[in-house]
Design a protein around this ligand. Structure first.
Ligand SMILES: Cc1cc2nc3c(=O)[nH]c(=O)nc-3n(C[C@H](O)[C@H](O)[C@H](O)COP(=O)(O)O)c2cc1C
Length: 426
């Protein structure tokens, strides 16, 4: 199945929502944590060590919720349905606080697990790099059943969006250390899936280089890690597996090597990373034009990658002081009027968010590189969350929207795919 067919098949519509009422198989609810056995060395992350804080900020636990059914942990990164389908691995070379090696970030225990000690080798060749990297190379994967358990075939979209949020967190954490980040989408994911022992349950979706080229290209690591179950229960999803395989090759890709320039106070930004949350309901409060400009300026900063896809940002302005109401795209209004009720409807009738927000934003693209495009949408979504929360304005990702009706409302041609919605406001 190609991605066009996949995207078409996984659209929500007024009728699809009513006909395919989602059945939740509570007996098969997957775990959200992957934990390697004790025979691998576990190193507790220590917040006094800079490099450890750097890792923790990306996806560490930042809140505990207690319900009658038990305790749940939320993380610095948001995730559709709080299902957290992504896992984070990283190679580190020449960084204080770590032995050179390849690690897994074990979120459940706030530790990192040394999977392999480097021995003049590394993952660089798998990524098509020309030199050894001093610093970090992150590898983000998706354990898709955590998401397909609930979202069925549409889960591939969420694996990529949530994965994009992880990339956004890598960017945010790197900003605090004055490190640049370059994301990679076009590399030998298949070989890496194999040596990491993922079998057919987990797959790599991206890599992020946070380091500098230094010295000759090392030989490729050639270990075979044991399979570790990251869900507890499992049901295959052939559609998700097929669309992953069919979107591995990058077409006509263009690299972007322009760095981003953010304008956050670093101490306040670090605190924002730890208190970031999704707002559950908004109350029709307006935001200032300065806040609007700050969020838009943050979002429009460059995203460095080996495959930079154009993702277009459409903002339904519901309530911004001293701004007209309407739909804003690329610096100008393309529609005037109060569309707040419509915006709430388009967010699958989540009126408490889409209608009551100050801004309801939709991201759209007609790119050919589905994995790169969708993860970029997640990065943009993450920038919106953090810049809004930085200003004490609420934010929520909206993965559930009426695809075709959003396109129609925005007057987009049929080549466009709607990737993500995000609401901003209080
Ligand atoms: C890709 C994505 C889609 C989401 N879609 C929705 C949505 O449609 N409605 C909603 O209320 N929250 C949505 N959320 C918010 C999640 O429910 C929230 O991130 C999760 O419960 C974790 O809580 P936290 O963000 O406060 O840490 C979405 C989040 C992401 C990242």
């Amino acid at each position: 199945m190609n991605f066009h067919t996949y995207h078409e098949r996984t659209k929500h519509s007024y009728t699809s929502i009513r006909q395919n009422a989602s059945y939740m198989d509570w007996n098969n609810q997957p775990s959200q944590y992957k934990c390697y056995r004790d025979k691998f060395e576990h190193i507790n992350l220590n917040d006094q060590i800079q490099a450890h804080r750097f890792i923790y900020r990306i996806g560490g636990i930042s809140a505990k919720k207690s319900y009658s059914s038990g305790e749940y942990f939320l993380r610095t990164n948001p995730s559709a349905g709080a299902l957290f389908p992504n896992e984070i691995y990283f190679q580190v070379r020449g960084v204080d606080g770590f032995v050179d090696g390849i690690y897994h970030f074990e979120v459940k225990t706030s530790s990192v697990v040394l999977l392999y000690s480097l021995d003049e080798d590394g993952v660089e060749r798998y990524l098509g790099l020309k030199n050894a990297v001093e610093g970090f190379i992150f590898l983000t994967s998706a354990v898709f059943f955590r998401s397909s358990w609930k979202y069925k075939d549409r889960a591939f979209r969420y694996c990529l969006l949530d994965g994009g949020h992880i990339l956004g967190q890598i960017e945010a954490s790197s900003y605090l250390m004055d490190f640049a980040v370059r994301h990679l989408y076009c590399f030998d994911k298949v070989s890496l899936n194999k040596i990491f022992g993922f079998e057919d349950r987990e797959f790599f979706i991206s890599a992020s280089v946070v380091g500098v080229p230094r010295g000759e290209l090392p030989e490729s690591v050639e270990f075979l890690l044991p399979f570790v179950d990251g869900t507890g229960t499992f049901i295959a999803n052939k559609i998700v597996e097929e669309v992953y395989e069919n979107t591995l090759i990058c077409y006509e890709r263009r690299a972007n090597n322009r760095a981003s320039h953010f304008n956050f106070r670093k101490d306040v930004f670090e605190e924002t990373i730890f208190r970031r949350r999704s707002i559950r309901e908004m109350h029709k409060e307006g935001i200032s034009k300065e806040s609007f400009d700050f969020i838009i300026d943050t979002v429009n900063q460059s995203v460095m990658s080996d495959c930079d896809e154009k993702v277009e940002i459409f903002v339904i302005v519901n309530r911004v002081i001293d701004m007209p109401l309407g739909v804003y795209h690329d610096g100008k209004f393309i529609k005037h009027g109060d569309f707040s009720r419509k915006a709430g409807y388009l967010c699958l009738e989540q009126y408490h968010l889409g209608e009551n927000s100050a801004l309801t934003i939709f991201l759209a693209s007609k790119s050919k590189n589905y994995q790169a495009m969708y993860q970029k949408a997640g990065i943009i979504g993450n920038r919106i969350y953090l810049s809004a929360n930085y200003l004490h304005i609420g934010c929520s990702g909206i993965g559930a929207y009426y695809d075709d009706e959003v396109s129609e409302f925005l007057e987009l041609d049929s080549e466009y795919m709607i990737l993500y919605g995000i609401c901003v406001g209080n």
